[in-house]
Design a protein around this ligand. Sequence first.
Ligand SMILES: Nc1ncnc2c1ncn2[C@@H]1O[C@H](COP(=O)(O)OP(=O)(O)OP(=O)(O)O)[C@@H](O)[C@H]1O
Length: 265
Amino acid sequence: MTTSRARVTITAQGVQRHYGSRAKRFAAVDDVSLAIDSTRALGIVGESGSGKSTLAKMLVGLEKPTAGTILLDGQDMTDMASRTEGMRELRRTVQMVAQDTSSSFDPRKTLREAVRRPAQLLRGLSQTDADAEVDELLALLDLDPKLTDRKPGQVSGGQRQRFSLARALVVRPRILVCDEVVSALDVSVQGTILNFVKDYCLEHDCGLVFVSHGLPATAFISDDMIVMYKGKIVENGLAEDVVTAPRHPYTKSLIEAYSTSEQSA
Ligand SMILES: Nc1ncnc2c1ncn2[C@@H]1O[C@H](COP(=O)(O)OP(=O)(O)OP(=O)(O)O)[C@@H](O)[C@H]1O
């Protein structure tokens, strides 16, 4: 590690998130408790619709829990998000790379403006210093600096996902939440980005929450892993143990499904 900063923790206690109204009301996330800290990488896996993205959004304060609490270093996130200074502290500390990057950029701004802005706003960097850090990150992410003159709709989904990663990392967050960050990338680029994120988090004392359908990628990048099914955590433990010795029938079927699809690929 090149830096050693005080440990940051996120604690979720009995968290629920309901959607729909009255008769159609359902829990996308149901009674989830977990702890995350800046020294570890947590993988979240589960089938489509199991509540992974909803949980990820709550862990960064983008969605409010219907019930339960989420604390960032002991401070209630919903309360932080309701105050300007609290929101800034939240954004300085926790950053998310969302699954759907098509809607997470302002279509009118160039990618350079989008990526350097958080460094100016949240770290107080001058435009020149912010630009220098942006260029450094783009080189690490194998992105041509010329692309930064384009608008978000003028690059590919995979390129936009890497710009989204650069926009999060330029803040130097203490915890990075990645939701399907490699899903739009081809297999060779996936490996490069996974290695980059893993090394970056270790070198910069940054915790990671890695949400993915991809079991092998999640196991590779994570220290700990949780498995979600219908909004609940059905299994948690060290990533290696969850993958090699799953206890819950759903995890077993998930791993079996992966091995079968690998063999038939
Ligand atoms: N804003 C919303 N309004 C209503 N329902 C929602 C909303 N967001 C998510 N849901 C529903 O909540 C459930 C969990 O969705 P979520 O996106 O968290 O799942 P996921 O595990 O991330 O799925 P995927 O892997 O397909 O991204 C799904 O049934 C989804 O349709």
